[in-house]
Design a protein around this ligand. Structure first.
Ligand code: FAS
Ligand code: PHB
Length: 409
């Protein structure tokens, strides 16, 4: 405790209040932080979640929509999947199109019966919050100035401001689940941390509309004008994306312009079946591939977007957060229940092995389906040959399918 106070200014020390001593301080109340909190609670491990934003804000974010089977099983283990089982749509396949040609990927047939479930990340987050509320878990919203201290000692602390007053949590471990822009990753010294990054020269303009989806499955489309994706959240809530220049302003995209551009990029039969309507949400997200190594340092463990980012093309962002939480929750349980530190020591290597394979898949799918402004005619032919190979090879389809449903944890 003396060490942790050393870092606080003298004035702050006089105001600091030890809020709680807990076993795991979790920074970030998105899917990674909430799912970790839930799994630890169910195993009797005390934890506190610190979230910067109000709950309404967290629940207003429209993000992922495709759940791998591993995440579905983990949500069942967390006993937060009742609505998911009732409302989630099991998808046994999807279409991938390239300049008008369409290839169906039969996930179930190609993977021996595995599939994905379409259910919004927003709903996963809502289900987690409800379960944590029911268990009277400690999730503190609207915290400011979160800072991590003494991570290289036996009693790390986290300080933060709440309602204008400095607070402090003393914990055995800190879990950094605070997304790409949070403070946790930055707490790993640059002499230790190595960042790997690839940014893409375009973004995704996403739209939510209360219209029936264009079909019963997702349609990914590469086109000479750029990428498009037809997804959904339910039978009356559709989610669409078109690739756009990274510096585009969403205000310049009227609904009509969006629908016209989407139709122009889809196979004719799909465009003809599109039911348009007013947007209820529209936003542009940048695309990047990013990995931080290691994903842990002394008493700090990163999970989810705090440690890695994938382009959404492969629908892996949320699903990687889940596999990180799967490994980290079991490692904490082994430590606290069985006094076994090995899984925590191995966490970073174990998680990164799966992360990098998902990075590879997301990068491959992004390269295949997007228009790269600087690509030359040779690279354009490589894209066409890649799709042609996919169409003609069962092995290529099986490779795509096993990555899409999610590699084993
Ligand atoms: P999150 O970013 O979801 O959560 C981190 C939390 O930490 C946030 O609530 C944040 O407010 C909080 N936080 C940050 N700084 C803090 C601080 N200093 N103190 C306290 N709290 C702090 N993935 C897909 O699979 N498919 C998609 O279509 C898709 N679309 C996306 C669109 C956008 C715009 C973005 C940004 C991401 C998208 N993703 C998508 C990826 C996304 O789903 C993430 O992978 C997923 O949210 C990861 O969950 P977390 O790791 O919990 O991070
Ligand atoms: C979505 O429904 O938001 C979605 C689905 C698949 C993706 C990306 C996003 O690859």
């Amino acid at each position: 405790r003396a060490a942790s106070f050393r870092l606080l200014s003298r004035a702050a020390q006089s105001r600091a209040t030890i809020l709680v001593k807990t076993q795991v301080a979790i920074i970030g109340g998105g899917p990674a932080g909430l799912l970790l909190s839930r799994l630890l609670h169910l195993n009797g491990i005390d934890n506190v979640v610190l979230e910067r934003r109000p709950r309404e804000y967290v629940l207003s974010r429209i993000r992922a929509g495709v759940l791998e089977q591993g995440l579905v099983e983990l949500l069942h283990e967390a006993d937060v999947d009742k609505r998911l089982q009732a409302e989630g749509e099991v998808h046994a396949g999807f279409d991938i199109a390239f300049h008008g040609d369409v290839c169906h990927i039969d996930l179930a047939e190609l993977t021996g019966g595995r599939n994905v479930v379409v259910y919004g990340q927003t709903e996963v987050t809502r289900d987690l919050y409800e379960a944590l509320d029911a268990a009277e878990a400690k999730v503190i919203h609207e915290v400011d100035n979160v800072a991590l201290h003494a991570l290289d000692t036996d009693n790390p602390t986290v300080t933060f401001d709440l309602n204008g007053q400095k607070q402090q949590i003393s914990a055995v471990f800190v879990a950094g689940c605070d997304g790409f822009h949070g403070p946790s990753r930055q707490a790993i010294p640059t002499s230790i941390r190595k960042d790997y990054e690839l940014t893409y020269p375009f973004g995704w303009l996403g739209m939510l509309s209360e219209t029936p989806p264009v079909g019963v499955e997702l349609v990914y489309a590469g086109h000479e004008s750029g990428f498009a994706l037809c997804s959904m959240r339910s039978r009356m809530l559709s989610r669409y994306y078109v690739q756009c220049p990274i510096d585009d302003d969403v205000a310049d995209w009227s609904d009509d312009r969006f629908w016209d551009e989407l139709k122009s990029r889809l196979p004719t039969n799909v465009a003809g079946a599109l039911v348009t309507g007013p947007s209820i949400e529209k936003s542009i997200a940048p695309l990047r591939s990013f990995v931080c190594e290691p994903m842990s340092w002394n008493r700090l463990f990163l999970a989810g977007d705090a440690a890695h980012i994938v382009p959404p093309t492969g629908a892996k962002g949320l699903n990687l957060a889940a596999s990180d939480v799967y490994y980290l929750s079991r490692a904490f349980i082994d430590y606290f229940d069985r006094d076994n530190e090995s899984p925590l020591e191995e966490y970073s290597g174990t998680a990164l092995a799966r992360v990098w394979k998902a990075e590879r898949f997301s990068w491959w799918m992004t390269r295949l389906l997007h228009l790269f402004p600087d690509q030359n005619n040779f690279e354009q032919n490589l894209q066409a040959a890649e799709f042609d190979y996919l169409q003609g090879s069962l092995a290529a389809k099986a490779t795509l399918a096993e990555n899409y449903v999610g590699l084993e944890y």
